[in-house]
Design a protein around this ligand. Structure first.
Ligand code: NAD
Ligand code: UDP
Ligand code: UDP
Length: 372
């Protein structure tokens, strides 16, 4: 691994050529792009708590002001409404680059879903199909552009000011993996022209850009490959499986299991992820590092845990699966354990009730429970 640049060490006030484990250090200027989103807002809370000056850059595409509102008025906090696709000038020490819509419903579209039946509403459905396609074009372009041009801009910023840059990449870079569990050395099995490609390939390109800036421009980069994460502040209706099941169970709607429900995912609680991201940023290793919880569940098993946690009588309804859905996913986290001293602490059965508490309040207002 490369040594951190002298400029970076000076900024960090490091002595003896060693980067101090900065989880307790105070006074850094940190940018969090996508800081008004689900993961970003939890990261912002941790950075603020340790005394950093935090600048959130977010265009509110999927994020919400409510997620960071509790920091308004704090002189160490700033919120800038900005699309990272446009250049921006800031003076900072660290850049956590999270800006990117992360839910599949925000970046993919299944034409099968809108197969035109010879129903009464034939023409109406054709109209809907065109509207959805129009919507798809702008969204996929937006996601790919955000991943590529947005990451390029943030790397340009890191290069100019000598800041350390952390990219939140994804387990989706492994596509529908032929290796299980997935190790960082696996190059993946990704469809370059499918409905998920704008996200998968966008993140793969973002990783390429980060490594090019690292090798070519000496930028201090860190790459995290994040596996499915859940927790309070997730968008209620963003279509991801944990948020869908929890919201459905609370609303007494059937849990929608796509396909046969035997596909697997490994679910990580958001506080574990934030701890991993901070350790990665502060550590000496570029990565990429898998950050995920190796506890693997089929979607039917997940539905069962949700039933146990919220409503044992919740029904399950099967729906057709979406295109290019990865069959299984589970992180090998040996590398993060060895080099970052990190591993997740919160199991699905422990974390889910914490998310339910938050969802209950947002679905029903404040009538049911106190604040989380
Ligand atoms: P999120 O959608 O809640 O947050 C993304 C944030 O980025 C939102 O606040 C959104 O408004 C903002 N944003 C989007 N496009 C932007 C743009 N062009 N300019 C400025 N801001 C923009 O998603 P999240 O779950 O918090 O994910 C955060 C990061 O982690 C993403 O990069 C995502 O790809 C990655 N990730 C998340 C998961 C997960 O399970 N949550 C898994 C793998 C990777
Ligand atoms: N950039 C930015 N903020 C900065 C420095 C650069 O947004 O403080 C953008 C810049 O506009 C460019 C991108 O980052 O589009 C890459 O910058 P770099 O200097 O690496 O490349 P160049 O501008 O030379 O193509
Ligand atoms: N899924 C499901 N029901 C839902 C939403 C998703 O069964 O209501 C499935 C989906 O087909 C996939 C898994 O859950 O197999 C995870 O989907 P999600 O969109 O949460 O994340 P990703 O596909 O990006 O891992």
């Amino acid at each position: 691994q490369r040594k951190p640049s002298l400029e970076y060490l000076n900024r960090m006030g490091a002595t003896g050529g060693k980067i101090p484990l900065g989880l307790k250090r105070k006074g850094l200027r940190v940018v969090v792009t996508g800081g008004a989103g689900f993961v970003g807002s939890h990261l912002v809370d941790r950075l603020m708590a340790r005394g950093d000056t935090v600048i959130v850059v977010d265009n509110f595409f999927t994020g919400r002001k409510e997620n960071v509102m509790h920091h308004f008025g704090n002189p160490n906090f700033e919120l800038i409404r900005h699309d990272v696709v446009e250049p921006i000038l800031l003076e900072v020490d660290q850049i956590y680059h999270l800006a990117c819509p992360a839910s599949p419903v925000h970046y993919k579209f299944n034409p099968v879903k809108t197969i035109i039946s010879f129903s009464y509403f034939f023409y109406f459905k054709i109209l809907l199909l065109f509207l959805e396609m129009e919507c798809l074009c702008s969204l996929t372009q937006c996601v790919y552009k955000t991943n590529v041009v947005g990451t390029l801009n943030m790397l340009g910023l890191a290069k100019r000011v000598g800041a350390r840059f952390l990219l939140t990449s994804t387990s989706e870079v492994y596509g529908d993996p032929l290796q299980h569990p997935q190790v960082e050395t696996y190059w993946g099995n990704v469809n370059p022209i499918g409905v998920r490609s704008c996200y998968d390939e966008g993140k793969r390109t973002a990783e390429t850009l980060a490594m090019d800036y690292h090798r070519g421009a000496n930028v201090e980069v860190r790459i995290a490959r994040i596996f499915n994460t859940y927790g309070p502040r997730m968008c209620i209706d963003d279509g991801r499986v944990v948020s869908n099941f929890v919201a459905q169970a609370l609303r007494k709607e059937p849990l929608t299991v796509y396909g046969d429900g035997k596909q697997t995912r490994s679910f990580q609680f958001v506080s574990d992820l934030v701890e991993g991201l901070m350790r990665l940023m502060e550590g000496e290793h570029v990565g990429p590092f898998n950050l995920g919880n190796p506890g693997e569940f089929t979607m039917l098993e997940l539905a069962k845990v949700v039933q146990e946690t919220i409503d044992p009588n919740a029904n399950i309804e099967f729906r057709p699966n979406t295109e290019d859905d990865p069959h299984k996913r589970k992180p090998d986290i040996t590398k993060a354990k060895e080099l970052l001293g990190w591993e997740p602490k919160v199991s699905l059965r422990q974390g889910l009730p914490l998310m339910v508490k938050d969802f209950r309040q947002r679905v029903f207002g404040d009538q049911k429970e106190g604040s989380s």
